[in-house]
Every structure is written in C-alpha cells, then in structure tokens.
Ligand binder design. Structure first.
Ligand code: VG1
Ligand code: CO
Length: 544
C-alpha cells in the first residue's frame, strides 16, 4: 500500500460554524473538498501521530464514503489507530463517550445534525478534541486558516474496509477497530441512572412511553436501551432504523418536525411519556401526555431534581446555559446556591466549564441538555434522566412541571426562526440594530422598559478567551428578554432566530398560551428590529 500526495487548491468556504463544517452533500462531493478539510484538521494539530482517533456519524447519505476516505487520510498522516462505529454509526454523545473511554486524541463526527439528509440534503464534519467535546474556537480557527492555504493532502492507496460488523483491520501502518456502536454508551448510562427503578416503572402496566428516533442515529441505541435493557415493550421505539435520508424527514425533535410523536402523545389515552431525538442523537424533546416541556424548563427541572439520580445525588458543582436559553435554570441555581454560567450558543463553550468542574449540568434552548458524563449534549441521557425522575416521584410529567412553576415561577419562552432569508438583508438587520443599542436603554415600549441592550460577548472564566458578537440581548426591567442572532448551522441563505422570554411569578397566570403571553414582546421585537422588512417575511418559518 502506498501513500499518495495529491496536489490541491484551497476552498474558501471551509469555516466551521456553531457545530462543525456543514454544507450540502453536493458541496462535499466536489473533488478534494472533504479531503482538503480533513487534511487541514491534521495540519492544524500537533502530536496525533501514533495516537487513537474515533470516527463515526449519524448514518446519513455520504457517511460511508466519507468514513473510508478519512480512514485513508488518517493512515497516511500517521494516526496509530481508529475506532470506527459499526456501519459508520456513532451518535454524537456516543462518540464523545468513546473518545473519553479510550483516552483518544480526538475524533471526527460526520453529521449535519437536524438538517435533512440524502443526496439533496446536507452533510457535515466536526472535529472533537481529547476531552470528547467539540473543538474550541482557537482550534476551529486554526483549521480554517489551514484550509485557506492547503496545497496538498496525503492519502493511502488501499481498498475500502468493511465496516458492517465489528472487527480488526490494518490499513497501511494504522489499525482500524470497528466497534459496536452502542455498548460503551449503554455502560455509561448504567453508571449514571438507577436502571432498576426505571425497569420497575416500565414494568408497571400503568406507565407507557413512546420514543421517536426520527429514522436517525438513535434507533439502535433506543432499541437496545429501552426495549432490550429496560424492558419496555417492543414497538416503544418508533422510526428506529437509521436511514440515509431520514425517510425524507427533518430529524429535528420539536413540535413542528416531530409531529408524529406529538399526535401520539396528545391523543386521548396517549402514553404517559414521549421523547424524540435528532439526526445525530444529541438533542431531545420531552413530552408528557398532552404536555410539552420546553427545553429551557427541562434544564431547570433536571437541575432541581438532580438529587434523585445516583450520579448527581451528592450535588452539582454548577450549571450553565447558552445565552438565548431561558433564565428558568438561573432561578433554581440561585435557590440551590449554585454558580450559573451564561455562554454563547454551541456546546463547545461548555467544555472548559465541565473540564474545570465549574458546571455539572448544561443546556440550550435548542433541545439540548447534557452533563459532565461526556462533553456533548446528549439526547437519550436526557430521556433517561426524566425516566429516573418519573420512576422516583411517580407523578405525571405535567404535574412535575406545574409544581416546578408554582415554586419558581414560569418563564414563558419561544423561538421564532426565519429560515433561508437573504444573507445580505439578514446581516443588515443585525448591523442596523447594533447601531441602535446604546440608545435603547431606558426606553419605554408599552408597559416595558428597556433595562439593557448589548451585543453578547463572553469571556471564558477558565482560559480567559473572549468571544464577541454572539447575539443581541435586549433585557427589560421586569426580567423579560428579547434575543436576536443569526444561525451558524444553516446551509442556505441566513436564518434569523428571535428568542423571546417573559417571567410570570403568579400561579394564577401559568395557563396562558405561550404565543399570547409573549405577544407584547414579539411586537416590540418587530418594532425594534424591523424583522418583516429585512426578512421580507410576514411570519416566522418555524416557531418552537
Ligand atoms: C443551533 C442551535 C444551537 C446548537 C447548534 C448545534 O445552532 O441554536 O443551540 O448548539 O445548532 O446543534 P445555530 O447557530 O444554528 O443557532 V446540533 O444538534 O446541530 O449538533
Ligand atoms: Co444534533
């Protein structure tokens, strides 16, 4: 087997976004496109020679081809050993788990998460570092810098290896170990939660659940964990076979895209508990019978109930949420006397807080929650966390959430997405708004008075790195907030996200419709940011 050095020229658009490099499949199919990026990763790293890497993806179209290409580039660059998920399948949280368990140097995750897949869909690649988490900004910037000057890449000339079953291979000097996709992850979950209690809950005839894997990566995990290990009846997991195009669906677990599950849970005599996860398994949506738990509330509830879970019963060191996530968890943290961190959007910003034991639980409004067990958000972990709570408290999801609101107050919360907006116009909206910020403080809008208005900037308390331009926050004196930012994961035009939050302490007012409760703030956002004008849209594309 020989190593070939291939001449190439740089692509100008290989800048990783919120979570890796995401492009249409057709962009990745351009000659040298994937190879350039992977070689740029190696060029930006030091000391990986002879070490272990982990490689897997969410099973979407192009996953298998990319895996064999990456293996050959890794071998040519002197990597010692690669652990590959069987069939190319490793959920994002499982990849993080395997990196940590094997003391690997890092890993590649092939996924565009919740973006649709298939030949006309999206593909993505993300590099994770040795702590199991997404590469921090200084690493992604170095990769981007390399991608702009790359002139050649190295690749082993060899036949593809068969990743359909576990086994050992040699690729040049490099070892390849095709591993079971689920085993390590299941073992980790067993070490965190009270599986016996969950088994008892699922045994009782009165409790029924439904898990929607959305034809994406969590299928094999959910079948093995819920049906085989925890004894839920066969059929509990729906859409449980990963498909290259996710069955034509949009594997995003929210009320819009997971509507099959929503219908099941909101039917008369529907199950007591439902959950869905996204393309790569790091997101979760939690439903009770006839009841939706917002991701921000879920984070607050997990924090308030963490003492019921074996791994967290001795206490949490702190909590962290991304800036646009509602402040519900802040109230629990204050009550428990825990530090609470506010970070920019994206899981990479939680890594240092977790490594430094400043935070135990982290979460984002975008259906992501996780803990110090790995360095990624973790969809099925959140589902098991909820089941553990339900098994101990023996109350319904709705009753647990309502009690939480009575105790802490309710943070009404919603996100409005304006997708595929003209990029120039979206940038104009943000730039014009930025110029207005200094004048906004003190202004009155109806009964609301602006307390502060800024462009969010974050100083990492551990390495002191500064990340600025992370979204516009407009805070009101009653604790309500409007946040606007542009997505860093989209692949077509720009996506404007408007996040709106208000706080209601009065229990008598905890039954309002969310959109109605937030209407005055949504109107203020329109007025301040001129959203209709810049997006040329009457209303958002998706409301969650
Ligand atoms: C979105 C979410 C963010 C999440 C990111 C990756 O980013 O808002 O909270 O961390 O997706 O999630 P953006 O920049 O589009 O708002 V996933 O499940 O893609 O790995
Ligand atoms: Co995801």
């Amino acid at each position: 087997m020989t190593i070939r050095t291939v001449k190439t020229i740089p692509f100008t658009d290989q800048k990783p976004g919120t979570s890796g490099l995401r492009k249409s499949v057709t962009a990745f199919q351009q000659t040298h496109y994937l190879e350039n990026f992977v070689q740029s990763v190696f060029n930006s790293l030091d000391g990986y020679q002879g070490k272990i890497l982990v490689l897997g993806g969410d099973g979407r179209y192009y996953n298998r081809i990319a895996i064999n290409t990456i293996l050959k580039i890794a071998s040519a660059n002197g990597v010692g050993k690669v652990l590959v998920g069987c069939n190319g399948i490793l959920s994002t949280p499982a990849t993080s788990c395997v990196i940590r368990e094997n003391d690997a140097f890092g890993g590649f995750i092939l996924s565009a998460s919740h973006n649709p897949g298939g030949p006309n869909g999206d593909f993505g690649i993300k590099y994770n570092i040795g702590n199991g988490g997404p590469a921090p900004e200084k690493v992604t910037e170095a990769i981007f810098a390399q991608s702009k000057v790359i002139s050649e890449y190295k690749i082993l000339e060899a036949a593809d290896i068969n990743i359909d079953r576990p086994g050992f291979f040699k690729l040049g000097m490099m070892e390849v170990n095709v591993i079971d996709s689920v085993d390590s992850y299941l073992k980790l979950m067993e070490s965190i939660f009270d599986f016996d209690q969950i088994v008892n809950l699922l045994k009782s005839n009165s409790f029924r659940l439904c898990i929607d894997s959305m034809n994406a990566v969590t299928g094999p995990y959910a079948h093995k964990i819920f049906e085989h290990r925890l004894g839920a009846s066969i059929g509990t997991v729906i859409n449980g076979i990963p498909l290259e195009d996710f069955g034509g669906g949009h594997p995003d677990p929210n009320l819009v895209y997971a509507h099959d599950l929503v219908e099941i849970l909101f039917a008369q005599n529907g199950p007591d508990f439902g959950a869905a996860s996204d393309g790569d398994g790091d997101r979760n949506m939690i439903l009770g019978h006839n009841f939706f738990v917002t991701p921000s509330d879920s984070l607050a509830l997990l924090t308030a109930n963490a003492h019921l879970v074996p791994a967290y019963k001795s206490g949490l060191s702190g909590v962290a949420r991304s800036m646009p996530t509602s402040m519900a968890v802040d109230r629990v943290a204050a009550h428990l006397n825990l530090p609470c961190y506010e970070t920019p959007t994206g899981w990479k910003f939680f890594g240092n807080l977790l490594d430094d034991s400043r935070a135990t639980l982290c979460g984002e409004e975008s259906f992501g929650t996780g803990s110090n067990h790995i360095r990624e958000k973790d969809g099925l972990w959140a589902v098991l966390f909820w089941l553990n709570i339900l098994a101990v408290r023996k109350e319904s999801v709705e009753s647990i959430v309502r009690q939480h609101w009575s105790e802490y107050g309710r943070n009404y919360y919603s996100r409005h997405d304006y997708e595929e907006v003209d990029s120039q116009r979206a940038n104009d909206l943000v730039n014009v708004l930025k110029l207005k910020l200094t004048d906004l403080a003190g202004k009155n809008y109806g009964s609301y008075q602006v307390d502060y208005a800024d462009d969010f900037s974050y100083t990492d308390p551990v390495d002191h790195s500064v990340t600025s331009g992370q979204g516009i926050r407009i805070g009101f004196t009653d604790g309500s907030r409007i946040v606007l930012r542009l997505s860093g994961t989209g692949t077509k035009g720009a996506t404007l996200r408007l996040y709106v939050e208000s706080y209601e302490a009065d229990k008598a007012k905890h039954n309002l419709d969310t959109q109605k409760a937030l209407k005055p703030l949504i109107d203020i956002a329109q007025e301040v940011a001129n959203i209709r004008h810049y997006t040329e849209r009457e209303s958002p594309t998706v409301i969650t």
